[in-house]
Write a protein of this length. Structure first.
Length: 110
């Protein structure tokens, strides 16, 4: 979506779209799943878990961070990452809204 078109949508719609785009790559889904499994901030372990080069992992982490899905803090020479519960709550509410509406309408479509 072009930058000039985002102004026609609400802040929340733009936020959800950015997060959806960020999780639209299997490597980023794998990163989220890994961060869920360790239940702590991770500094360098992510590169060891994924079959990707360090610069590629860094780019995926940057995309997730820019979308607000993960948070990063600098500890010494490393950047440590963890999931951002606030951002995940936004996605949860969005998908819950969809699910509730689909289940209550039960229309025969297509």
């Amino acid at each position: 979506m072009g930058a000039s078109k985002t102004e026609h949508f609400s802040d929340k719609q733009n936020q959800i779209a950015a997060m959806a785009k960020a999780i639209g790559h299997p490597a980023r889904v794998a990163i989220i799943e890994y961060l869920l499994s360790v239940d702590t901030c991770i500094c360098g372990d992510i590169v060891n878990v994924l079959p990707l080069a360090q610069p590629t992992v860094s780019q995926h982490l940057k995309e997730l961070k820019n979308a607000g899905i993960i948070k990063g803090s600098i500890e010494g020479t490393a950047i440590c990452y963890c999931l951002n519960p606030d951002a995940l709550s936004v996605l949860e509410a969005f998908f819950a809204h969809i699910t509730i509406n689909i289940n209550t309408k039960k229309t025969n479509c297509c």
